[in-house]
Design a protein around this ligand. Structure first.
Ligand SMILES: Nc1ncnc2c1ncn2[C@@H]1O[C@H](COP(=O)(O)OP(=O)(O)OP(=O)(O)O)[C@@H](O)[C@H]1O
Length: 626
């Protein structure tokens, strides 16, 4: 992981170093670290987790407590159950697991509502990489900060100003001011902020709402020792403001180990120790595992708690010995008495969701920036459609209105329907896969509803997936010599819009209901073939066998082509053309002139239908992803 020279100056606590002083001026009248108004004591008792399908117990009655102002490390060998315990505490990622025992916030079991009083910085960083750090945080602030807290009422005149100050303050707190205008970046596509900055940005998002309880899954994994230390330093500083912070951590260095207020060691799904870092060293020494001088205590303890291949019996015996000794030790009994003395206290205020307009607005802004800054999509689509418009124009250049010309113009119209469909659909099939992990996480963090995301994302695609089609249509229009009375041009634009929207709504629906991107891709091809074959050019829609003829009524190819054709031939600016010629063209294709309006209404209805099914599919998938 890269880190800049400015990173190396990083010092949590002296947060102005390397920062942007102009910006900081805006928040200089505010204290750097907000003290938590309603501190949280988190306690958990006799947590048992099993996987019934494979008949396996993962946690065997684990108990513990974390108090305000404490930075707690959850440690243990790989497979000890750290992530499972953290997931149980935050009520996330427990699909397929049976969970018993109680998790209490200030002495009260609140279940999944823990999400609304805590922050969870997950290990996998998920951002919208095309945004800058400040843009991303500002949008997060609109979703996470919905009112000025009572204690901060005098610090800002409006919610907007409070959010702005909050973003600057969090940027300063986490030493992100110097990279605030840097794009976050997309792994493997575009380099952005450093690994340490990305990790701090994850905390920054969580801190916007100033949670009293913060969970962090492996905050130092993947970082070099300096970065790891700076991240833990930030957490340690944050905990001093009366926050309760619990994080899982893999083999911390001696330096890191001593920065925690409390360490919890798990082994084979049991608590092997809970207490201060120094007490842990003493306890393990009392069990016969003395830490040599200049040796990392965390390494020694985790090694003693690991089950080593080919030495399973010996290791399990040792672990049982340690866990039993812990239960009987002064630390074990003190934990029991602490848990017994937890009484119901004041509940912290739950984080409210922003109203639906704010949600859609913020998400639309984010999605639009992402779509516009995504050159592979925006630029490629515009270039492709313009080239295709030119190509069609040249291929059918100034077509005459004779028998061959009519066939050619109909061919050109059907080609436009296909071009408006295929590239749109395949361009939009990636609608969900790229967004899904972030949206599922933010939904379960309680930031917004699925409907807000869906509306915003669909709207963000609308301009691009309209303008490109119109560009193609208008470039080819006069080159081919389509009928160009103003009402015909306008109606052709409307038909083009409806065809392209039918295709993008269908693509979004497929993307949302398919279990995976490859399945969506592989089902799109055959479905489009079926719909285009019954579109009216390859086979006369009036002569299709009855058992297959019904498919045409599902095909926007058919409605779009019929509407384009009627629009073209109903009014022809030529002395050699009369209404009989129009009827002949219609009869040859088995199209009905009176269907013109219906074609457009039916396409509009299909668009609504596809979007609705897509929404239901997305809702089900996101709800299942907790
Ligand atoms: N959903 C599940 N179904 C079945 N087994 C599971 C499930 N989740 C976890 N386990 C098993 O439970 C054990 C503990 O897993 P967990 O991920 O909590 O360990 P960990 O201490 O976080 O390990 P690591 O440090 O390697 O991430 C592992 O053996 C794992 O295979």
């Amino acid at each position: 992981m890269l880190h800049s020279a400015a990173d190396q100056q990083f010092e949590a606590g002296s947060l102005l170093s390397g920062g942007d002083k102009t910006d900081y001026g805006a928040v200089s009248n505010l204290s750097l670290l907000d003290t938590v108004d309603s501190p949280i004591t988190l306690s958990w008792q006799d947590i048992r987790v099993s996987a019934p399908k494979i008949n396996r117990d993962i946690l065997h009655g684990v108990s513990g407590i974390a108090n305000p102002g404490e930075l707690v490390a959850l440690m243990g060998a790989s497979g000890a159950g750290k992530t499972t315990l953290l997931n149980t505490l935050v009520a996330r990622n427990l699909k397929g697991l049976q969970v018993d025992g109680s998790v209490k916030v200030n002495g009260k079991v609140i279940g999944r509502e823990i999400t609304s009083v805590s922050g969870y910085a997950q290990q996998e960083e998920l951002f919208v990489g095309t945004l800058t750090v400040k843009e991303y945080l500002s949008i997060q602030a609109r979703l996470r900060v919905v009112e000025i807290p009572e204690s901060k009422k005098g610090t800002a005149t409006s919610l907007e100003e409070y959010r702005k100050n909050r973003v600057l303050k969090v940027l300063a707190n986490l030493n992100l001011l110097k990279c605030q205008n840097t794009r976050i970046g997309v792994i493997g596509v575009k380099k952005g902020i450093s690994g340490g900055e990305a990790r701090r940005l994850t905390f920054a998002c969580e801190l916007l709402s100033n949670p009293a309880l913060l969970f962090c899954d492996e905050p130092t994994t993947g970082l070099d020792s300096f970065m790891a230390e700076s991240v833990i330093h930030v957490l340690s500083t944050l905990s001093t403001a009366n926050r309760t912070i619990i994080c899982t951590i893999h083999q911390p260095s001696s330096q890191l180990y001593s920065m925690f207020n409390k360490v919890i060691f798990l082994a084979c799904g049991k608590t092997a120790f809970l207490g201060s870092p120094t007490q842990a060293i003493e306890f393990f020494a009392s069990c016969g595992h003395v830490c040599p001088r200049n040796y990392n205590p965390a390494d020694l303890i985790i090694h003693k708690l690991a089950v080593v291949p080919n030495e399973e019996d010996e290791c399990i015996q040792r672990i049982e010995d340690i866990t039993r000794k812990f239960e009987q030790s002064v630390y074990g009994t003190r934990l029991d008495s602490q848990l017994a003395s937890v009484t119901e206290g004041r509940m912290p205020e739950k984080r409210r969701q922003a109203n639906i307009c704010t949600q859609i607005n913020a998400l639309l802004q984010r999605a639009t920036i992402d779509t516009v800054r995504n050159p592979s999509l925006a630029r490629a689509k515009m270039i492709q459609k313009s080239v295709m418009g030119l190509f069609v124009g040249l291929l059918y250049f100034q077509t005459k209105l004779d028998a061959i010309g009519v066939t050619n113009i109909n061919g050109a119209l059907f080609y436009l329907v296909c071009e408006l469909t295929y590239s749109t659909l395949f361009g939009i099939l990636n609608f969900l896969p790229s967004d899904f992990p972030l949206v599922a996480r933010e939904y379960h963090d309680g930031l917004y509803s699925v409907l807000s995301y869906y509306v915003a994302r669909c709207l963000s695609y609308l301009p691009l997936f309209t303008i490109d089609g119109l560009a193609m249509l208008l470039i080819s229009y006069w080159l081919v010599g389509f009928q160009s009375a103003w009402d015909q041009v306008l109606l052709a634009c409307l038909i083009s819009f409806l065809i392209e929207q039918s295709s993008s709504a269908f693509g979004i629906m497929l993307s949302c209901v398919s279990p995976s991107f490859p399945i969506a891709m592989s089902s799109a091809g055959p479905l489009l073939t079926l719909l285009s074959l019954t579109g009216g050019l390859y086979a006369n829609v009036g002569a299709l066998p009855s058992f297959i003829s019904w498919i045409q009524y599902l095909s926007w190819f058919r409605y779009g082509f019929e509407a384009f054709t009627i629009n073209q031939w109903r009014k022809v600016d030529s002395p050699n053309w009369n209404s009989t010629n129009t009827q002949e063209v219609m009869q040859n294709l088995s199209f009905t002139e009176s269907m013109f309006l219906w074609d457009m209404v039916i396409m509009a209805a299909y668009i609504v239908f596809f979007y609705t099914i897509g929404y239901i599919g997305l809702l089900i998938r996101i709800r299942r992803a907790r």
